[in-house]
Design a binder for this molecule. Structure first.
Ligand code: ATP
Ligand code: MG
Length: 230
């Protein structure tokens, strides 16, 4: 069953000669419970595509159907609610709230939806990411890698049906990076959460059963059977 469907999606930045076709007529189907990696050179459109998939950016053309809802047709307010309930997003630049401490940042998606945070699960996530003793710290009091882990915990805490992760291991040492991958794999296998991840680290691709390669705003390759066919 499809959890995400893109049809001829186009997103352009700038005007006239400065125009960039960041995403150019992309069509894509993502199966529920699948794990997909997106690779491609800098500027090929990976982050833009991920934000469109998650309803964070509106394309000029095409449709984005997330779990049965067409994100390009509904009102912004409803789009926000759907996103909060169904989607977890790890931003390339974290997007943490500087005035909130770690725990408050992690709990924001719950409070916005009037939901009670699942403290047991959050504690488990904090232990796996070695942040358990740093719950009261503010983002600026954490290292880049710790902030990355914090962004990952925030994205996973609500147990979203679909997790978008934009280079989630970009700032981590090899070992912590592997642990984050294990955590994402665990979420995928144990809770059937669908994962769409951008990565530059080819060693992380082993866990992805499907690999998409982007170039100049298009998906130019789609390996459905994993790394051995790359
Ligand atoms: N807000 C913006 N305004 C103008 N151009 C933008 C904007 N965001 C991205 N772009 C351009 O769109 C293209 C795709 O950018 P995008 O961030 O999606 O690439 P990426 O594949 O994620 O790159 P990286 O691997 O460096 O993160 C690039 O040419 C970029 O310069
Ligand atoms: Mg990017």
């Amino acid at each position: 069953m499809k959890v995400l469907q893109l049809n001829d999606v186009t997103k352009t930045y700038g005007k006239d000669r400065a125009q960039v076709h960041a995403v150019n007529k992309v069509s894509l189907d993502i199966e529920r419970g699948s794990f997909t990696s997106i690779i491609g050179r800098s500027g090929s459109g990976k982050s833009t595509l991920l934000k469109i998939c998650a309803g964070l950016l509106k394309p000029e053309e095409g449709s984005v159907i997330l779990d049965g809802d067409d994100l390009t047709k509904i009102k912004d307010k409803n789009r926000c609610t759907i996103r909060r309930r169904k989607v977890g997003f790890v931003f390339q630049n974290f997007e943490l709230i500087p005035e909130f401490n770690l725990m408050e940042n992690v709990c924001v998606p719950f409070y916005l939806d009037d939901r009670t945070p699942d403290m047991e699960y959050i504690d488990e996530l904090l232990k796996v990411t070695y942040l358990y003793d740093k719950k009261d710290r503010f983002p600026e009091e954490l290292s880049g890698g710790e902030q990355q882990c914090m962004a990952i915990v925030r994205a996973l805490a609500t147990r979203p049906a679909i997790i978008f992760a934009d280079e989630p291991t970009g700032n981590l040492d090899m070992r912590t990076g592997e642990e984050i991958m294990e955590l994402l794999n665990y979420c995928n296998v144990r809770y059937q959460q669908t994962i769409l991840m951008v990565t530059h680290n080819l060693e992380l691709l082993q866990s992805a059963y499907r690999i998409l390669k982007m170039q100049d705003g298009r998906i130019v390759e789609d390996y459905d059977k994993g790394i051995e066919n790359l």
